[in-house]
Design a protein around this ligand. Structure first.
Ligand code: LLP
Length: 389
């Protein structure tokens, strides 16, 4: 790979059209995942020598076969709730607690207790918890999540830094946290910052590392610097793939400057987004006031990202993949809300009709994970390619 424009290959699903149409026969809406794509992304990250530990943020997609695949590639797992912790230990055989990181937000006290009982790494992001629950934290080792004062990412709802965000200890309170921790015999072994999701600038993570490393020197007990997740994937047709080369160069450079800390990342989307497609069956095709709409049997209930973030996902008619896609349609779902739109003005074959299978691309991250039963519609089915489970 070279700097600059990154090549994007043919998506995995295009040569798998027959298998996917067959999978759709078993019922839609249905998420189908390709584990080879997950493994390829995992290997790309694992090959970066500046990175000492990778924790996959399972909130993006906790499907068991995916967790097993990323753990087999040497990744740890990042969890944000007790249920995610329980899930990890129940579906990944012999998961070592040191390979699990717990980074919750406003979790109840019992979830921290449960995490310590399991022996996983725990991240805390405020002083109040230390003050209110000293007996939970006394003598423990912790990672501290900081708010570096600004958020980043593809939409304001996914920016996790700055005054509007609930996450992280402001840097101005860092010294206060350290002295509170000292009082309780709490050892701070990691500094953490995750500023948002879908961040395009490859230099972002080296800046975060530099920021945290600067603070870490004043503590003396820091072993790890966790620069979060947030790596983007190219959702729109004209988007370029993330510039991993520039990203790695930034990390190499900053790691050389501050070599004594272990560099930790916790990506979610990057590993799984492109590995998943959502299959829908066309229910009705309707023209109203000059707008043509194709309805699928899943909408914002099956994939919330377009309604919630105006997110773009490619949409294709899998049944008529070889026909020209020349007619503009709004692709909608069956939910009783005007916002139940998966894509506007999308080109699909003119012949698109009830019973056709639609493929919504790049749906492997925050797809099924955020699906819901609104209108009492059933959750989508899930499978890995070649396997119905
Ligand atoms: N670490 C922490 C502390 C996080 O809060 C998150 C995501 C990640 C890592 C992983 O971020 P990623 O690499 O996936 O960007 N539902 C939204 C994304 C919300 C992300 C929440 N936190 C979406 O569909 O775009």
């Amino acid at each position: 790979i070279a700097h600059g424009k990154m090549q994007r290959g043919t998506p995995w699903w295009s040569p798998q059209r027959k298998a996917l149409l067959q999978a759709a026969q078993a019922g839609t809406p249905r998420y189908v995942y390709d584990l080879d794509t997950v493994r390829a992304r995992a290997r790309a990250l694992a090959s970066i020598t500046a990175i000492d530990r990778c924790f996959y943020a399972i909130k993006a997609n906790p499907y068991p076969a995916i967790l097993q695949a990323v753990v087999a590639e040497g990744f740890g797992l990042e969890c944000v709730s007790q249920a995610e912790l329980d899930h990890v230990f129940s579906v990944v055989p012999n998961m070592a607690p040191q390979r699990v990181l717990f980074t919750p937000s406003f979790a109840p006290r019992r979830e921290y207790e449960a995490a310590f009982a399991r022996g996983v790494n725990v991240t805390l992001d405020n002083i109040e918890a230390l003050q209110r629950w000293p007996e939970v934290f006394r003598g423990r080792t912790l990672w501290l999540r900081l708010d570096l004062g600004h958020g980043e990412g593809h939409h304001e709802k996914v920016r996790t830094g700055g005054v509007a965000a609930k996450f992280g200890l402001p840097v101005a309170r860092f010294d206060a946290f350290v002295s509170e921790a000292n009082k309780l015999g709490v050892r701070i072994s990691g500094l953490h910052a995750h500023l948002g999701s879908g961040i395009d600038d490859p230099r972002h993570w080296r800046d975060v590392y530099a920021n945290l490393a600067g603070l870490a020197d004043s503590v003396g007990t820091i072993e790890f610097i966790d620069i979060g997740g947030g790596l983007p994937i190219p959702y729109t047709p004209d988007a370029e793939a993330f510039d991993l080369v520039a990203w790695r160069a930034g990390l190499d450079e900053i790691k050389a400057e501050y070599p004594r800390f272990g560099l930790v990342i916790e990506p979610g989307r990057y590993l799984v987004a492109e590995s998943g497609v959502l299959l829908l069956t066309v229910t009705q095709v309707v023209e109203k006031d000059g707008v043509r709409r194709v309805g699928g049997d899943g909408g914002m209930n099956a994939l919330m990202r377009p309604a919630m973030y105006e997110a773009y996902h490619g949409i294709h008619n899998l049944t008529r993949l070889d026909d020209g896609a020349t007619q503009a349609f709004d692709v909608v779902g069956p939910i009783c809300e005007t916002g139940d739109v998966l894509g506007r003005g999308r080109l699909l074959p003119t012949a698109t009709v009830e019973g056709d299978v639609l493929l919504v691309a790049d749906a492997g991250a925050y797809g099924m994970a955020m699906a819901n039963t609104y209108n009492l519609r059933a959750l989508p089915a899930e499978q890995v390619l070649g396997k119905t489970e």
